[in-house]
Design a protein around this ligand. Structure first.
Ligand SMILES: Cc1cc2nc3c(=O)[nH]c(=O)nc-3n(C[C@H](O)[C@H](O)[C@H](O)COP(=O)(O)OP(=O)(O)OC[C@H]3O[C@@H](n4cnc5c(N)ncnc54)[C@H](O)[C@@H]3O)c2cc1C
Length: 587
């Protein structure tokens, strides 16, 4: 087979914060590392993160990592794994300082310390007063982090394959990761990358919903690659809807706006969060605020001519803090809602935002799954970090500011583990041609254009179906209907063609491959949701309104083959402190 081949110690798929932090660790230890990204690295979705990154620095209010750990476990509705959560919260402060030394220009206080803003679900003393824990570079934190990490990687001589699309992983029969097949987008030529270790850092799958804060590129590619390689994926029914997307558009208005003193009002001018979360009010966790907004609108107390949204008020803060702390938000609001928040409130409604589920890993980033092994083992040489992974620190609901933390903490941890792995696995295993046939066939399936049902049409229908049948509120009937509809769309996609002759050829081909990925991930989400007969975190069932710890305190595992589900226990034991057993979750 005459496909170009390249060899590396480690192949990192994805150049967001997770991939770049891992790559930096590796490049600095002199490992030969390649980062592949379907867009130029600094266009990865991490660049869009606004509000900030959590660490219990205690610069503004008293704080410590143990309180952060408690808040994260409570926020996760007790589905998060407590060993990983402890590991993340303990590492946070050190890694913020490290980022600062890499060049991230964090906002400052008068005395020179790093500024921290209050975010949802944060408390002092295990559920007490609000904490200010989120470190921010104004409202462009992700932009600052991603650019700093990219520059550090350039300095450390990481090799970049910019604008290469990875089609599939390659694993041998024993389940060892051997590398991946990629497509050079500009030329349309395939490239086989052979690597002793492969790390997936491909981000989330927010594009399976119609209205989403996510970039067009967030199509769950890595999650679907893991599924096709035979691993199950975990907890996909838990998808976060951010309370404040610009109504009708979906563009994110950061939780930092409420952290800085903004609040929500309904159509009768009432500050309704006081009813749903008497203590935390507008800074309750995201699942709670999103449901409250959806209920207000459903019960006829929405705003606007169609009463289909609520308002986020910030004008009472005055112009100076908005211009200093929220300049990007003001820009987005003027551009997409035609509203200057210094003068008028912003129309908002919950919007698909964050993929809590993903590829199951341990806290070293190793993919851990019952694949071709019995029963559950780390797959040799395969790692996953960031939004495509499920380690699981976010459980059933992620706290704002914990994802930028997650990608940096576990990116670094995976890098360190890979360095150790490489010491014991010093030689390449070459990829036999036979293992390349399947991914290559997947690519060539989309070589021809023709007449028939178009890929674009199916994508639109999938996004609509997921929004209507797997949204903020769920019932058995609605979810079961969703499962049937998505399965029909899956079979229609098998017969679909590229009909659009106006697009640059590879763009259409890549969109088709991305839709296959979205389809796999959507099936996992809706099938997992239909089977979970309880309400927990972001998974809110009208027919099972209570959390059920007796039957459902467990992670879902979804296998592509036969659409099978299995379950595994939550890791309740932290590393060094006492466990936080489940209790009622009140904000
Ligand atoms: C609008 C917005 C605001 C947010 N604000 C915050 C915040 O304030 N605080 C916080 O903690 N979190 C926030 N989040 C969440 C957080 O930003 C993300 O979860 C996190 O940045 C994801 O990082 P990542 O490295 O996992 O993936 P990403 O940054 O999404 O990067 C994915 C990478 O994978 C590559 N890739 C994907 N598929 C392929 C393929 N097939 N072939 C090759 N390359 C591929 C892409 O090119 C990209 O480089 C926000 C998210 C959004 C959408």
């Amino acid at each position: 087979m005459s496909i170009a081949r390249r060899k590396f110690d480690c192949l990192v798929i994805g150049a967001g914060g997770g991939g770049l932090r891992a790559a930096l660790q590796l490049a600095e230890s002199d490992a030969h590392v390649a980062v592949v990204s379907k867009v130029f690295p600094t266009r990865s979705h991490t660049v869009a993160a606004q509000g900030g990154m959590n660490a219990a620095l205690g610069n503004v209010t008293p704080d410590n990592w143990h309180w952060h750990m408690y808040d994260t476990i409570k926020g996760s509705d007790y589905l998060g794994d407590q060993d990983a959560i402890e590991y993340m919260c303990r590492a946070a402060s050190r890694l913020v300082v490290e980022l600062e030394h890499y060049g991230v220009p964090f906002s400052r206080m008068e005395d020179g310390h790093i500024y921290q803003r209050p975010f949802g679900g944060q408390s002092q003393n295990f559920g007490g007063e609000q904490v200010a824990r989120t470190c921010a570079a104004a409202d462009r934190t992700g932009h600052a982090i991603l650019h700093s990490l990219y520059q550090q990687n350039i300095r450390a001589r990481t090799h970049f394959f910019d604008e290469y699309f990875v089609i599939d992983l390659i694993l041998d029969d024993e389940g060892n990761a051997l590398g991946a097949l990629a497509l050079e987008i500009e030329t349309g030529e395939p490239l086989l990358i052979e690597a002793k270790t492969t790390l997936l850092a491909t981000g989330g799958a927010g594009r399976m919903f119609r209205t989403s804060t996510n970039a067009m590129i967030n199509t769950g590619d890595g999650i679907a690659m893991a599924l096709r390689a035979g691993t199950p994926i975990q907890d996909m029914e838990f998808f976060q809807f951010h309370p404040t997307g610009i109504a009708g558009v979906g563009v994110l208005i950061s939780e930092g706006v409420r952290g800085e003193g903004g609040y929500l009002v309904n159509g009768v001018g009432e500050r309704f969060m006081e009813r749903y979360a008497p203590n935390a009010k507008d800074l309750a966790s995201r699942d709670v605020v999103s449901r409250a907004i959806a209920i207000e609108v459903r019960e006829g107390r929405g705003c606007g001519p169609d009463k289909d949204h609520v308002l986020l008020k910030v004008d009472h803060l005055g112009a100076a803090p908005i211009l200093k702390r929220l300049p990007g938000i003001r820009d987005l609001s003027m551009r997409f809602a035609n509203v200057d928040p210094i003068e008028k409130p912003i129309p908002v409604y919950p919007t698909a935002h964050y993929t809590m589920g993903g590829i199951p890993t341990n806290r070293y980033g190793q993919v851990v799954a019952p694949i071709r092994h019995a029963p559950e083992e780390a797959i040799q040489g395969l790692y996953a970090v960031g939004e495509c992974a499920c380690v699981s620190v976010h459980g059933a609901n992620r706290l704002g500011g914990n994802s930028l933390l997650d990608i940096v903490v576990f990116g670094r941890a995976a890098g360190n583990h890979i360095i150790e792995h490489l010491k014991e696995h010093r030689y390449h295993k070459s990829i036999p041609d036979a293992l390349v046939e399947k991914p290559l066939a997947r690519l060539h399936r989309w070589d021809k254009r023709g007449k028939g049902e178009s890929v674009d049409e199916i994508r639109k229908e999938l996004q609509k179906t997921m929004e209507e049948n797997c949204g903020v509120f769920r019932t058995q009937e609605v979810l079961d209907e969703g499962v049937v509809k998505v399965k029909v769309l899956e079979s229609r996609l098998n017969d679909a063609v590229i009909t659009d002759h106006s697009k640059v050829f590879n763009t259409a081909r890549i969109e088709a491959l991305e839709l296959e990925n979205l389809m796999d991930v959507a099936l996992a989400a809706v099938i997992g949701a239909s089977a979970r007969h309880e309400s927990r975190g972001a998974h809110s069932r009208l027919d099972y309104p209570e959390r059920d710890d007796v039957s459902w305190l467990k992670h879902t595992l979804y296998f592509k083959e036969g659409y099978q589900l299995d379950y595994k226990p939550v890791r309740m034991k932290p590393l060094s402190v006492d466990s936080f057993p489940p209790k009622e979750r009140i904000y």
